[in-house]
Design a protein around this ligand. Structure first.
Ligand code: PLP
Ligand code: TYF
Length: 398
């Protein structure tokens, strides 16, 4: 069998890591894969995480299975983080959480759940999106189509086109929405735009699947949850996939959650029973370490405060870098062209750089980004920003 299988090319995003590592240019800059970096270019373990791990080492008494829904303490702490402390959805017992191996694992649970219970549904995904969205729905054999998101001529959010496309979606289909920090563009919807999306979802009886991978990276932990909270309050059914990879820096621990909001507790219990079954067929039980860290941090007043300050620090660094980028391009006459970078939110920016410009940045300057022009903002720092901007100006003919 093995001789007949096809040799596949490297994943375009993960393949960039390999190419970057082999580049001998001493000035090289990695703006590829979506991992937060500090000003030294490192992705350190958060202090809150280190302290929680030290506590766990003394507290942990067993390594037995934690169950298909994961750690109940994790669920108890995560639900208020997502919905807010005084959430009606939680008071009404309409929400259920199943721990998953990362946001990716949560998306796979969602896909399996849809396939098992409503295989005729199409999932509508923004164009562009995180490429793994397509791979996950392909893997379970669910149809997917795209809705408009950016105007490629102006490199801006095309909200009228987005809304027009959402209005065409057949009743009952699933719409995958990015809660905040849209990957890859960095363009998020305003409060008013979310209200308009909500009206279309209601009108079309559409089922939102909200990918919440960057809580805290846009405007703040509560601010970034505004769309999730609005839709969960206003709609009878909502699915959410949450990730702790970025905001806790727990990438390799694989910790996230699938959350379903049902119209009432009876329906919620039905969905919950399905999620246990879906999880069992995938990996039986999720890994325990990540959830124990997150639950320990959120439950401790001291660690919670420390963690919130660390999230603030990551977000503020990114948003400062966004401003500095535009300022540094001003002497080249490029401030207007790249003004969007300061307006976008989250780890990524759709810079508007064309594939040939991206290729030239890589070849001539050792600057690596996804060929679509997506830059990881946390990948540069104050020291190499002048070099980055000089290189960008050069490939833009300035
Ligand atoms: N969704 C989006 C939009 C992402 O960008 C990512 C990670 O980059 C994920 C989900 C899943 O992340 P993880 O599986 O590492 O939690
Ligand atoms: O950069 C991105 O958009 C992601 C990052 O298992 C990533 O692809 C990399 C590996 C992984 C999950 C997400």
């Amino acid at each position: 069998m093995f001789t007949q299988v096809e040799l596949l090319p490297a994943d375009p995003i993960l393949g960039l890591i390999e190419a970057f590592n082999q580049d001998t240019n001493p000035s090289k800059i990695d703006l590829g894969v979506g991992v937060y970096r500090d000003e030294l270019g490192n992705t350190p373990i958060l202090k809150s995480v280190r302290e929680a791990e030290a506590l766990l080492l003394t507290r942990e008494t067993t390594k037995k299975y934690i169950g298909s829904h994961g750690d109940p303490l994790f669920s108890q702490q995560m639900l208020p983080l997502v919905f807010g402390e005084n959430s009606n959805v939680l008071a009404e017992k309409r929400a259920t959480l199943t721990q998953a191996p990362g946001g990716t694992g949560a998306l796979r649970l969602a896909a399996d759940f849809i396939k098992r219970n409503s295989p005729e549904k199409t999932v509508w995904i923004s164009n562009p999106t995180w490429p793994n969205h397509f791979a996950i729905f392909d893997a379970v054999g669910i149809q997917h189509k795209t809705y408009a998101y950016v105007d490629s001529d102006t490199n801006r959010l095309d909200f009228p086109a987005l809304l027009a496309d959402l209005k065409q979606i057949p009743q009952g289909d699933v719409v995958l929405l990015h809660a905040c920090c849209h990957n890859p563009t960095g363009f998020d919807l305003s409060k008013e735009q979310w209200q308009e999306v909500l009206a279309v979802l209601k009108e079309g009886k559409l089922l939102p699947l909200i990918d919440f991978a960057y809580q805290g990276f846009g405007e703040g932990l509560d601010e970034d949850a505004a769309a999730v909270r609005l839709l969960a309050e206003e709609l009878p059914e909502v699915m959410i996939t949450s990730s702790c990879s970025k905001n806790f820096g727990l990438y390799r621990e694989r910790i996230g959650a699938f959350i379903a909001v049902a119209k009432d507790t009876t329906d919620m219990e039905k969905v919950r029973s399905q999620m246990a079954s879906v999880a069992r067929a995938n990996y039986s039980n999720p890994p325990a370490h990540g959830s124990a860290i997150v639950a320990t941090i959120l439950a401790s007043q001291e660690l919670n405060t420390l963690w919130r300050s660390e999230v603030d620090e990551m977000r503020n660094r990114i948003n400062t870098l966004r401003q500095q980028f535009v300022v540094a391009l001003t002497p080249y006459g490029l401030a207007e062209k790249f003004a969007c970078v300061a307006e976008q939110r989250g780890m990524f920016s759709y810079s508007g750089l064309k594939p040939n410009e991206v290729a030239q940045l890589q070849k001539d300057f050792g600057i690596y980004m996804v060929s679509t022009g997506r830059m990881n903002i946390a990948g540069y720092n104050e020291q190499n920003l002048p070099y980055l901007c000089e290189a960008i100006a050069s490939v833009c003919g300035k």
